[in-house]
Ligand binder design. Structure first.
Ligand SMILES: [Zn+2]
Length: 437
């Protein structure tokens, strides 16, 4: 559905103000930061801000194959739980052995810690398998975060081609399969005679089995598991219908979540002493259910945003401020503004730049009366530009790829406005709901 006002060339009466081509080129060092909001790719030296799956900041631990690795606080719980249950199970396992061969408590805990560490390292390598393949296919992966339910690779966008989705999805289990084989082999070849290797051999066997469980679990054909993505790539490959394929994989995921939840309930009821396992399964079920639902709403959002051009949501009456106005004057006339608002600054009918609320706040209180807006305005050309016919979806992808929060909408020398990420979504909400019905 296109807005009849658009693409009328002049958003207002008379010729639209011309874009000022700034004399000084934007500083390449902070290109990524020109919009300053989120520290784009330009600055890889700084500790990246990684967000965990629950929205809290994850702890940055390093970079592998160009992918930032983070640990969410919730991961500590699962690490402690896995280590504890390993120590317990090693103890139970050894009860059958003569006392002389049984591991001392310290050794049991050390073995449990090492096994747990090797398991989560395997999980990280699994996620790296996905990420390296995705990067190789031109779909940048921003980061991997370990959290309470495992690992999560944050793709900048979903693969469009079934072939790509299949390759990315299968790469993780493939890495786990290799690890399963390596640890199984190690457990076979490590001699039992030596003190150290007599501990390492059963430990390697355990890690190999944990990788096998990881493969089986991840290959269940339901979103958001790898099996769900493999399933979608097949259905989409055969039918060419991405929505149908997504809906089927989502149903698979929700079905599996329901199964897991009922299994959890049965465990709690039938074996009260192992209630924690039942609760744990129910928690995983809840997480899978939520993730499966969000995969479907992601496709709804994408398909909806692909039907609307940015020009249709752009507020053609965007506010132009006089460059001569002081920062204090702006604050007086705009006492309450949304935090991500952007304003175009105009000097003698020429658009001399733009400012954000962040720029205003950055000016010292004492200097606000004497600082004209044109002094803090940033050049329009430092923004990434898109054409008004660009769809909301492509505009958002452009923001993702460039690591920016603002885009200039222009054609030739005509600026039709500046759009923010929030502006894209509110525009979609305003127009989009009707488009997808
Ligand atoms: Zn995976």
């Amino acid at each position: 559905m296109s807005d009849p006002r658009w693409p009328v060339q002049t958003p207002r009466e008379g010729t639209p103000p011309q874009i000022d081509t700034p004399q000084r080129p934007p500083n390449p060092g902070d290109t990524g930061n020109t919009n300053g909001e989120n520290g784009g790719d330009g600055d890889r030296r700084r500790r990246p801000v990684l967000l965990g799956p629950f929205g809290a900041r994850a702890f940055f631990v390093g970079r592998m194959f160009g992918v930032d690795i983070g640990i969410d606080k919730s991961w500590i719980i699962i690490f402690a739980l896995v280590t504890y249950s390993l120590a317990e199970s090693f103890g139970i396992e050894q009860e059958a052995l003569p006392a002389a061969q049984q591991w001392a408590a310290e050794m049991r805990w050390a073995a449990a810690l090492l096994t747990s560490f090797l398991f989560f390292a395997s999980l990280l390598l699994h996620e790296l398998g996905h990420s390296v393949t995705s990067n190789a296919l031109g779909l940048p992966v921003k980061s991997i975060t370990l959290f309470i339910f495992g690992g999560m690779a944050r793709l900048s966008r979903e693969p469009d081609r079934p072939r790509d989705e299949f390759l990315i999805a299968v790469a993780g289990p493939a890495v786990s399969f290799a690890l399963f084989g390596i640890f199984l082999l190690l457990s076979e070849i490590l001699p039992e005679q030596l003190a150290l290797t007599s501990v390492l051999a059963p430990l390697c066997l355990r890690v190999s089995l944990m990788n096998l469980v990881l493969i089986i679990f991840n290959c269940i054909p339901g979103f958001p598991l790898d099996g769900g993505r493999i399933f979608r790539s097949f259905v989409c490959g055969v039918t060419g219908n991405y929505r149908l394929a997504t809906r089927m994989a989502t149903i698979g995921g929700i079905g599996f979540a329901a199964l897991l939840a009922s299994l959890g309930a049965v465990i709690v009821v039938t074996t009260p002493e192992a209630w924690i396992n039942g609760v744990w399964l129910a928690l995983i079920a809840w997480f899978l259910y939520r993730a499966a639902r969000s995969s479907m709403s992601y496709v709804d959002l994408r398909d909806g945003m692909r039907t609307i051009p940015v020009g249709a949501v752009l507020d053609s009456e965007y506010e132009r401020l006089s460059g001569a106005m002081s920062v204090a004057g702006f604050a007086r006339t705009h006492p309450t503004v949304p935090g991500d608002s952007t304003y175009v600054v105009q000097t003698h009918d020429i658009l001399s730049g733009f400012i954000t609320v962040g720029d205003i706040k950055a000016v010292e209180l004492v200097a606000r009366e004497v600082t004209p807006l044109q002094a803090i305005a940033r050049p329009i050309d430092s923004l990434v530009h898109i054409a008004p016919r660009t769809t909301l979806w492509d505009a958002m992808q452009k923001m993702e790829d460039s690591g920016v929060e603002l885009l200039a909408v222009s054609e030739g020398k005509t600026l039709f406005g500046i759009v923010s990420r929030r502006g894209l979504f509110t525009g979609f909400q305003r127009l989009g709901q009707s488009a997808t019905r």
